[in-house]
Ligand binder design. Sequence first.
Ligand SMILES: Nc1ncnc2c1ncn2[C@@H]1O[C@H](COP(=O)(O)OP(=O)(O)OP(=O)(O)O)[C@@H](O)[C@H]1O
Ligand SMILES: [Mg+2]
Length: 297
Amino acid sequence: MTSGNAERSAVLCVGRIYCDLIFTGLSRLPVLGREVFADALTIAAGGGAFISAAHFADVGRHAALVGRLGHDPMSVVVEGQLGESGVDLAFLERADDAGPQITVASVIGSERAFLTRRAGPAEPATLDAALTWPKARHLHIAEYATLAEMPDLVTRAKASGLTVSLDPSWDDALIGDQALVANCRGVDLFLPNLEEAREITGESVPGAMLAALQPHFPSVVIKAGGEGAYAGTPDGMLHNPAENVPVTDTTGAGDAFNAGFVDRWLSGDDMAKALAAAIRAGSRAVQVAGGAVRQTP
Ligand SMILES: Nc1ncnc2c1ncn2[C@@H]1O[C@H](COP(=O)(O)OP(=O)(O)OP(=O)(O)O)[C@@H](O)[C@H]1O
Ligand SMILES: [Mg+2]
């Protein structure tokens, strides 16, 4: 490998950045005309792009977040947290119409209800500079919603010589999109969870889901929570069980898994080794609270 190629190892994570207001300890979900009190409130930088980038940084991979922030107080809070994450912020655009971009999450046990306000266009003015950055090697799209808002994102990344991975991340309005697979054309590595793969393919077992997706994507991995994950290879299906660990909070486990997998895949490891690294990253993530926090276990 030349020194030029050795430099080219960073991952770009593109997408909307949110300020998540997470209310926990509720007796019931809010209803019209009633007040519900929460035991606790956490304010955290959110959105799949940031959470993924933080997990890439966590496994030691240079990751740059490509997104937009406003000048409002919520954006200021978010920016402070981004600064502590280890993520490269060189491609953050600041614009008045990019905030406040907020998600209110009401959490009861493992159930969550979300209320979100999207502000301004999704595409950052920094996108072209990021895609042509000499250190950029790979684009990770953490949500199909990002591609729905920037339909030429994969084409532009490929034109810059980047490889591309995509996690659909369930979105009620988009997961049933009949054109989802076609719109993901050019994606090298497709990373749905079991529920998403079932909805996209109409199949009910992992082997059949992989068989339906493999003609469209060079590599496919299906995450299955406490069951671990499945990967398609030319020689058949690999299955790695999840580790038997104490589960504190599964938020961000999928993003941690994706970062663990893509990091090894970019380093040239085979599917089995990448899958093992991804399971380790997922296991670490479920043992700590929050989506993008520094992992200690
Ligand atoms: N209950 C669990 N016990 C052990 N490991 C788990 C558990 N849940 C998730 N994991 C680990 O995290 C990985 C990814 O989790 P999961 O399959 O829930 O992804 P996801 O549905 O995309 O998650 P997300 O909610 O972040 O979108 C799993 O493959 C596994 O390694
Ligand atoms: Mg997911």
